[in-house]
Design a binder for this molecule. Structure first.
Ligand SMILES: [Zn+2]
Ligand SMILES: [Zn+2]
Length: 259
């Protein structure tokens, strides 16, 4: 099993979980052509993609959705209100299936469970993916790490988690005040130190591969984000490359983790 953060930043998100035989995509926040090229360059055929799971309707998660669904016919899964919003906007051109938080659905041999998140979208969620051997999660766009999220992510071997901004960079940065407040609010995005706290809880519960994702290109730096999480894990008694592996995903990322 592998987790590929094909695209990960505030300007476009798309993650593939699986292998060359089968897997799922989470979000389609860059053009369909870029998603297809990313799959092809890793030797993953379109037929291997058993479903496209959408977390929420913000552009950085659905930008390529219309063309991708029209040209591939790959079914889309999301929470009901998000699907309604996407249908109304004419962005869904393949079959769509609604998912309920906490109720697993099958996509190929993957069991995918939506987890409710706090974020300023109509019905946002993140996803936990289980096979009969391993579990992982893709969890971004979190204003707050809720008990729901912690429970749902407990015991995963690998996780892509949000490390969106550094508080100092955000406050000194170029964004208007309202946007800064939105990002830092309880239904905005996760700061590096909040991500680090989540990372400690996940590693304590058995996670061995962590990808820091959805980094802001204006308000964060991959080195800073990695350092914050690594330091928190070190304080908790976990050593990098001994107890866990870590990467901060670049906006377009060629690396992946196997687990
Ligand atoms: Zn969002
Ligand atoms: Zn986002």
């Amino acid at each position: 099993m592998r987790i590929y953060p094909f695209f990960s930043s505030s300007s476009g998100n798309c993650t593939y979980v699986g292998n060359s035989d089968e897997g799922i995509l989470i979000d389609c926040g860059v053009s369909a052509a870029r998603v297809k090229a990313a799959l092809e360059s890793r030797g993953i055929a379109l037929q291997a993609v058993k479903g496209l799971f959408i977390t929420h309707e913000h552009t950085d998660h659905i930008k390529g959705l219309k063309v991708f669904t029209k040209s591939t016919g790959i079914p889309v899964y999301s929470r009901g209100a998000t699907l309604d919003r996407l249908l109304d906007a004419g962005l869904l051109c393949s079959a769509s299936h609604s998912v309920e938080p906490g109720v697993p659905v099958k996509a190929g041999s993957f069991c995918v469970t939506a987890v409710k998140t706090f974020h300023d979208a109509v019905s946002p969620c993140c996803y936990r993916i289980d096979t009969d051997k391993v579990s992982c999660a893709v969890c971004t766009d979190l204003g707050t790490v809720t008990e729901d999220v912690l429970d749902a992510l407990s015991g995963v071997k690998a996780a892509l988690i949000e490390s969106n901004y550094d508080m100092g960079m955000l406050s000194r940065g170029p964004y208007p005040r309202e946007l800064k407040e939105r990002i830092a609010s309880y239904d905005g995005h996760l700061e590096n130190s909040q991500c680090a706290e989540l990372a400690v809880k996940l590693v304590k519960a058995g996670a061995e591969r962590l990808i820091l994702g959805h980094l802001s290109q204006h308000n964060n730096d991959p080195v800073l984000a990695e350092r914050e999480t690594e330091t928190a894990l070190m304080r908790a008694g976990f050593e990098r490359d001994v107890h866990y592996m870590l990467m901060a995903a670049l906006p377009q990322e060629s690396r992946y983790f196997s687990f």
